[in-house]
Design a protein around this ligand. Structure first.
Ligand code: F6P
Ligand code: MN
Length: 324
């Protein structure tokens, strides 16, 4: 069976050439990252890097390796005006006439590395609309303005999932030829949710609305929802959202009282916005308890946000529990 390769898909979809170069640059570097991940202990890349990132999290060696690879690959592209990485304190200025700003989480779910479980790279591409010299301010655009967003999931197969604002397409890496081939052209999140995804161990720290919503799900057929729900938690947002795109359901990482000063655990610009863009493009919704995430005006690049995403009607039900 002949399948469409990523470069052909992008030109068929009339994606601007400069944006194509950014997406293809990310696709290329993800192949190198996937090879480092596959070698694992044999290449001595597992374990802690011995440092903390700007988020106060312990870095893994592969967090640092993936970050450096992506940074170098993107900085070499004339279309890239500037970069912001979850692993770096400051934005990085690149080419003065580049059209795009790129934010990325180099290796999402990196606590999964040492157990040989799924991780991913998440990226968001914003148009550059600001001044000649790039500052953090230029990145502070609502998620709705993204020109493209996606992720690479390093799982049993390596997949690139992408939206340029015209639906969501999934590509699988052909590891014999190191190229991504189209395997799903138009993803639609199933309307009816049958699964939910939340770190249940934090239950006692949630707000009342979330407590109430989840306890009603757990009551199953005998409760007010009148049906049973299954639960899944991969502990890598990229893998949990991939499942939502493929099989539906609801994913949430709510605010909780362990770190009351933090709005949530997930990062708006590296995680919530790009994943939100994909989920909306697949017919789903992405909210905080207060409103749509893609409409949030960011205040700083490392901002955190509570996230409720997935099948549109289920997200609405969850938000309603908070607003009652
Ligand atoms: O990037 C943060 C992250 O690793 C997400 O990928 C994931 O959804 C979440 O944190 C896992 O959190 P926890 O450690 O509470 O399971
Ligand atoms: Mn992450």
């Amino acid at each position: 069976m002949s399948r469409t390769a990523l470069p052909e898909f992008l030109s068929n979809a009339a994606v601007p050439t400069e944006l194509q170069s950014v997406i293809l640059g990310l696709a290329d570097v993800s192949v190198t990252i996937s090879q480092a991940l596959a070698k694992g202990a044999l290449a001595g890349v597992l374990g802690a890097a011995g440092a903390e990132n700007v988020q106060g999290e312990d870095q893994k060696k592969l967090d640092v390796i993936a970050n450096d690879l992506i940074k170098d690959a993107l900085a070499a592209l004339p279309a890239v005006r500037g970069l912001a990485s979850e692993e770096e304190p400051d934005v990085l200025a690149c080419h003065t006439d580049g059209q795009y700003l790129v934010t990325f989480d180099p290796l999402d779910g990196s606590s999964n590395i040492d157990i040989n479980s799924m991780v991913g790279t998440i990226f968001s591409v914003l148009p550059h609309t600001g001044s000649a010299a790039v500052t953090e301010q230029d990145f502070l655009q609502p998620g709705r303005q993204q020109a493209a967003a996606g992720y690479i999931l390093y799982g049993p197969s390596v997949m690139l999932v992408l939206s340029t604002g015209n639906g969501v397409a999934m590509f699988t890496l052909d590891q014999d030829q190191n190229r991504y081939l189209l395997t799903e052209a138009d993803i639609n999140i199933p309307v009816e949710a049958k699964e939910f995804s939340i770190n249940m161990s934090n239950q006692r720290h949630w707000v009342a609305g979330m407590q109430h919503y989840i306890s009603d799900l757990l009551l199953g057929k005998e409760g007010p929802r009148g049906k049973d729900f299954n639960m899944r938690w991969v502990a890598a947002m990229v893998a949990d959202v991939h499942r939502i795109l493929c099989r539906g359901g609801l994913f949430t990482y709510p605010w909780d009282s362990r770190k009351p000063e933090q709005a949530g655990k997930l990062r708006l610009m590296y995680e919530a916005n790009p994943m939100g863009f994909l989920v909306e493009q697949a017919g789903g919704e992405v909210w905080t308890p207060e409103g749509k995430i893609l409409d949030i005006q960011p205040e700083h690049i490392h901002q955190r946000v509570p996230v409720i995403l997935g099948a549109a009607s289920e997200v609405k039900i969850c938000v309603d529990y908070h607003q009652r």
